[in-house]
Structure formats: structure tokens, C-alpha cells
Design a protein around this ligand. Structure first.
Ligand SMILES: [Zn+2]
Length: 172
């Protein structure tokens, strides 16, 4: 069944930039480590848990590319080397289905307007419910306890900007 939304993992070109530079957008070194924690390393490139021994890295990421005061920066795990990414944007990521997540809804200007906590089993219904509000443009899924960003959910009819806008200069 076709969903009314699209799931967006971290962008492949953005990830290539981070890996080839060896630093994230905030100047932190990308340090590859072998994953040791079963179930504790959710990969934001492939939208699944890392297996034991997979090479992963923790980087700082700003998911709200639109800028503004709600554009938080936080830590996310990625594959340290080029990977397949999440290839099924029309379906909820089954690799995170077992997780209870916080769904934060934002308007087209990047302001948080609503939020829900939901089990993965009912995630689609919760997403559809948030998108029933006409002012909701996109949703960020986050860890319930740590608060870390997991992935973006967009309306099928709307695309969030990939270019990060800087803060507006105050003149006067
Ligand atoms: Zn990956």
C-alpha cells in the first residue's frame, strides 16, 4: 500500500562529504569504531541497528536543514564507510519497528507544533494523525529517553530543504 509519507534517512551526498572530510559539519573528527553494543547503535544512514563488529562513527548532526531556533544539533551513529543507505522511503523502517519513539511535528518554517510518543507497531497511524493537521510539514522521529534524532518523515507532497540556512542577521 502506498503511504502518505516518505521516510528520509541521512542524505548519501551529505554522508560522503562527512566521511571524505573526516569531520562533521561542526568540526568533530569522524572516529571509526567497531560496534560493541547489540541493539544500542541505531544507524541513521541505513535505519537499522548496527551488528556487532560493524564499523560505525558518532557525528554531530543538525536534522532541521531549514535553520531557525528549533534547529537542534545532536549526536547520531552512522556507518564509518560508504553504505547502502535506507532504500525504502515509502515504508516505515522495519529496523526500528521494535523501538518506542518520540514523533515531533514541525511546520514549514521549522517550528515545533505538536508531538506524540508511540510504539513502532502503531507508528503509521500516529504519523497520519500528525499529518492530519494542515500546518504540519514534516516530523522528526527521536529516541524517547535520550532525545537523539532518528529520521525525518515528510509528507509525500512536500520536501524539506537540504541546504542549511544560516541565522538571520539582525541589523539596527
Ligand atoms: Zn549505513
Amino acid at each position: 500500500m502506498k503511504t502518505s509519507f516518505r521516510i528520509k534517512a541521512l542524505d548519501a551526498a551529505y554522508l560522503e562529504g562527512v566521511r571524505s572530510r573526516g569531520t562533521d559539519e561542526f568540526g568533530n573528527a569522524v572516529i571509526a569504531v567497531a560496534n560493541e553494543e547489540p541493539g544500542g547503535t541505531p544507524l541513521r544512514c541505513c535505519l537499522r541497528e548496527a551488528e556487532i563488529g560493524e564499523k560505525v562513527a558518532l557525528i554531530a548532526h543538525q536534522p532541521a536543514r531549514i535553520g531557525g531556533p528549533y534547529a537542534e544539533v545532536g549526536p547520531v551513529w552512522i556507518h564509518a564507510d560508504r553504505c547502502e543507505g535506507h532504500g525504502a522511503p515509502d515504508a516505515y523502517p522495519e529496523g526500528f519497528r521494535h523501538r518506542r519513539l518520540l514523533f515531533r511535528a514541525y511546520d514549514a518554517r521549522g517550528r515545533q507544533v505538536d508531538n506524540r510518543i508511540a510504539e513502532g507497531a502503531v507508528a503509521e497511524a500516529v504519523i497520519d494523525g500528525l499529518f492530519s493537521r494542515p500546518d504540519v510539514a514534516y516530523i522528526h522521529a527521536r529516541n524517547v529517553l535520550a532525545g537523539c534524532y532518528m529520521f525525518t518523515v515528510e509528507r509525500a507532497s512536500w520536501t524539506t530543504p537540504e541546504t542549511r540556512r544560516g541565522p538571520t542577521m539582525m541589523v539596527g
